[in-house]
Design a protein around this ligand. Structure first.
Ligand code: G4P
Length: 546
């Protein structure tokens, strides 16, 4: 119904192991896309503040990207939505959820370090969802691994077929540029150059002797040899294999030097998928379905410290979203309308009147939304595949300023709604435990409680191994267990019963002694102890709710 709008949109995320150059590349994509005007300014805090997703003070202090944000711009008649993701592993949940809201990704690799731990995890998630991946090998101005070795490493460690669509001419201090295999152009490198379009040379024939003059005899000979080898090994590039998540095209460049980014963006616009369908409990929702549907994949409190607002980020999946029109909030079973839905250009927010499949909109929220919530035009749909997480680290909140108890409680309540930490309240006592998958989140929560709510606290380590949600049809057995383990029984924010197991051994004992109770690593799952073990061993902490 809105085919033209859908065909315009490309919604993707840039993902990477920290420090590979994700923030730099994102900024350069904005630059080449014309969304910002100043090049080569990633080091300037002013530009960084205005153009990247570093909304939070703590990100700037620590030099890591904590929050996920959305940036939109138009390029070659396409509307590009980039969803930025935190690189730090302690915030991997945020990234994994963001990946449910995109249609493709650009994965950044540092050519010196190659495939790193977080690269593998991110790729695992992409593979689970068959998300199309383009790989950008960054920092070619440094002496890194041999490009052929890198291709083998990518293929072996990321378990995906790869195919170079651009090829580097030397690297490090001798880096001369990249040859674009997709449209046979040569792009010569000048360190720190601004946009490099003007330097693009069309190469009809690699054997043309003028190439030797351009890049040097030795480099020209090497390039000819490399390209011959590549052409001999690889089939013509298959867009279909890429779209199905089977083949990852590889680009080489240097984001900080604005190099190789244009080729990446141009090819991205050509090959990246338009919004694709998404599974629900009832059927797959196609973007072309005429009725509006969307789901919330992220919630952020106090995005703008001046206004103390909380924003739910919603991916539009089908139909047309309209300002001030009533839509159906499936979980709450109520109609809602939004007078100030926003689109994002980094930290700038603009009120929008309508949005189409592929768009991400920000909805001001006073506590109605939870991550994973679906909105529709009345149908009781639930989008599937939004990951939930089993917390790994548990700490008790100790209030260090009793005069600010109210603020502390409000802050903890709101910040844990964002989904990166879970709150557990002791059933028989006063203890409040926060569970996360990464240490850093405690620091972030503590910092935000102080700066956003004026509440000070500290976190005290508690010896818990796993939070296990409990359900049982045998009320007696459940009550016996609750009495027996009273000190370790908690409620999550929705009032569900949770057993905090002190150790793996004690959990196994509980499972054996109370066979009629189902212990699960996240709420509302119909799995039992075997699943728990599987999740622990195989998937670490990520569980897709299907
Ligand atoms: P991230 O978001 O993936 O964590 O990485 P980010 O872009 O912040 O880049 C990490 C570091 O790598 C930054 O240096 C950045 O300047 C550098 N970098 C990015 N692209 C390239 C490249 O193509 N070549 C080289 N040589 N370096 C690159 P930093 O010293 O940590 O920060 P800064 O002081 O430069 O901002």
């Amino acid at each position: 119904m809105y085919e033209a709008e859908i065909a315009k949109r490309k919604t993707f995320a840039v993902i990477a192991h920290p420090d590979a150059g994700k923030t730099t590349l994102t900024e350069k994509l904005l630059l080449f896309g014309g969304a910002i005007l100043v090049a080569g300014a990633v080091k300037s805090n002013k530009i960084k503040k205005a153009t990247t997703s570093d909304f939070m003070e703590i990100e700037k202090q620590r030099g890591i990207s904590v929050a996920t944000s959305v940036m939109s711009f138009e390029y070659r008649e396409k509307l590009i939505n980039i969803l930025d993701t935190p690189g730090h592993k302690d915030f991997a949940e945020d990234t994994y959820r963001t990946l449910t809201a995109v249609d493709s990704v650009i994965l950044v690799i540092d050519c010196v370090k190659g495939v790193e731990e977080q690269t593998k995890r991110l790729m695992e998630v992409c593979r689970m969802r068959d998300t199309p991946v383009i790989i950008f090998v960054n920092k070619m101005d440094r002496d890194g691994k041999d490009p052929f070795d890198l291709l083998t490493e990518l293929e072996t460690l990321l378990k995906i077929s790869v195919q170079p669509l651009s090829w580097p001419i030397s690297m490090g201090s001798n880096f001369k540029g990249v040859y674009n295999l997709y449209n046979q152009t040569l792009n010569l490198f000048r360190a720190g150059a601004q946009k490099v379009l003007d330097d693009m040379i069309q190469v009809e024939d690699l054997n043309d002797p003028s190439l030797d003059k351009q890049i040097g005899e030795r480099e020209a000979a090497q390039l000819r040899e490399d390209i011959e080898l590549i052409n001999g090994v690889y089939e013509p590039f298959s867009k279909e294999h890429y779209s199905n998540g089977l083949l990852a095209p590889v680009f080489f460049g240097s984001a900080v030097n604005n190099f190789g980014v244009q080729e990446l963006l141009d090819t991205f616009v050509n090959i990246a998928p338009n919004p694709v369908g998404r599974p629900t409990n009832l059927r797959t929702i196609e973007p072309t379905d005429p009725k509006f549907t969307g789901f919330v994949f992220k919630i952020h409190a106090n995005l703008d410290p001046k206004h103390r607002d909380r924003i739910a980020f919603m991916r539009v999946c089908s139909g047309k979203f309209e300002r001030n029109k009533f839509f159906y909030h499936v979980r709450n079973n109520k109609e809602m309308r939004f007078s100030n839905p926003t689109s994002f250009m980094a930290s700038q927010k603009n009120i929008i009147d309508e949005a189409y499949p592929g768009d991400v909109i920000g909805l001001y929220d006073s506590g109605n939304f939870k991550i994973g919530d679906t909105m529709s035009e009345g149908e009781k749909l639930q989008f599937k595949g939004i990951p939930s997480f089993s917390p790994e680290i548990f700490k008790e909140i100790i209030n260090t300023d009793p005069l600010k108890t109210k603020q502390l409680n409000k802050g903890v309540e709101q910040l844990t709604d964002e989904g990166v930490a879970q709150l557990f309240r002791q059933e028989v006592g006063m203890r409040q435990i926060v569970g996360t998958v990464g240490e850093l989140q405690f620091e972030v929560i503590q910092y935000r409680l102080l700066h956003e709510y004026g509440a000070s606290c500290r976190f005290q380590h508690v010896q818990y191994y796993k939070a296990c949600w409990m359900v049982s049809e045998d009320e007696k057995q459940l009550n016996d267990f609750i009495k027996f383990k009273a000190n370790h029984i908690y409620r999550d924010k929705d009032g569900n019963l949770v057993f905090m197991a002190e150790s793996s051994w004690l959990l196994d004992v509980a499972i054996k002694d109370y066979p009629k109770i189902k212990f699960t690593p996240i709420p509302n799952l119909k799995f039992n102890s075997q699943f728990l073990k599987w999740a622990r061993n195989k998937m670490n902490f990520l569980v897709m709710v299907c």
